[in-house]
Write a protein that binds this ligand. Structure first.
Ligand SMILES: NC(=O)c1ccc[n+]([C@@H]2O[C@H](COP(=O)([O-])OP(=O)(O)OC[C@H]3O[C@@H](n4cnc5c(N)ncnc54)[C@H](OP(=O)(O)O)[C@@H]3O)[C@@H](O)[C@H]2O)c1
Length: 276
């Protein structure tokens, strides 16, 4: 097992690859197994109903809490300040932990609740020691910039969908200009990319799997941190082993060329912002 490289976002060291836990149900054993493989960055959310399993999995793994970078998120129903604070406490109770490393607003909704109010509640969670750092998710560039301007604590991370079928070049340039980390969710296009013939050819020629080529493409991009999910220990290990090979510039370019207009997966009507 090798240590995972990290990305430094405003002085905060974040493992360059994480482990997603949506749709996993009771996941304590799965999470403990993933940590044993070497994952040190776990992504959960109140909405996924996996916080209990994640907390239990971290304890079962035997790895000290401080060696794990843990993210959770407050859901869009709870963006008013009092609701937000109550939900942070509920997440910590679910996790049976005293703090998370990164707390995110899962889907901001500034037309329903003033962004300022939610961002102050987010900052309060950090000031109270309930999260070491704070960030946002599912924001366009304008919302990221607004979050940075309005939040009393530094925003270090934005979590958005990113995989070869979705062009995120504009957002990524902004993320780099602002010095943030970009967590890439649905990094395998929720499994859709696995049957892509172009990536399959490339993977075959390199003696790697399609998932490994896609995850390598993501980790090789500065600021980008993919968080693939798998319930299968073999695939978890496969997804983790992407730091011992490289894609050349032409291979990187070929994967960028796969972006298509209908590539976006998570786009809930009434909740999603106007994407860049
Ligand atoms: N902030 C947000 O709004 C948001 C939205 C969506 C997701 N997320 C986060 O991002 C994480 C990842 O996204 P996701 O779970 O939607 O999708 P994903 O990681 O792109 O894809 C997961 C799917 O790919 C399959 N898979 C994983 N590794 C594989 C491999 N090596 N070979 C073949 N198939 C493989 C998994 O099946 P098996 O389990 O059978 O391996 C699963 O069906 C989530 O779990 C969650 O933590 C955040």
């Amino acid at each position: 097992m090798h240590p995972i490289p990290t990305f430094n976002a405003k002085g905060v060291s974040i493992p360059k690859l994480g482990f997603g836990t949506s749709q996993m149900g009771d996941c304590a054993e799965i999470v403990a197994g993933a940590i044993k493989i070497g994952y040190r960055h776990i992504d959960t959310a109140w909405k996924y109903k996996t916080e209990k399993g994640v907390g239990e999995g971290i304890r079962q793994s035997g790895i000290p809490r401080h060696e794990i970078f843990l993210t959770t998120k407050v859901s869009h129903e709870y963006l008013r300040a009092n609701d937000f604070s109550r939900m942070v406490d509920e997440s910590l109770r679910n996790l049976k932990l005293e703090y998370v490393d990164l707390l995110l607003i899962h889907w901001p909704s500034p037309e329903k609740v003033p962004f300022d109010e939610t961002l102050h509640a987010l900052a309060k969670a950090k000031q109270q020691g309930k999260s070491r750092h704070v960030g946002v998710a599912n924001c366009n560039i304008a919302l990221i910039e607004e979050a940075i301007r309005l939040c009393p604590e530094p925003i270090i991370n934005v979590q958005v969908e990113y995989h070869p079928y979705l062009d995120q070049s504009k957002l990524l340039s902004a993320v780099r200009r602002l010095g943030l980390a970009m967590t890439a969710y649905c990094p395998l296009g929720r499994g859709r990319i696995i049957n892509d013939p172009i990536v399959a050819d490339m993977a075959k020629s390199m003696g790697k799997s399609v998932a490994q080529v896609v995850l390598r493409w993501l980790v090789q991009q500065p600021n980008v941190i993919p968080i693939p999910r798998s319930s299968n220990p073999q695939r978890q290990a496969e997804n983790f082993n992407v730091f011992d090979f490289e894609l050349n510039p032409e291979q990187m370019h070929r994967l960028h060329q796969l972006a298509r207009l209908d590539g976006r997966i998570a786009n809930p009507i009434g909740r999603a912002p106007v994407w860049d």
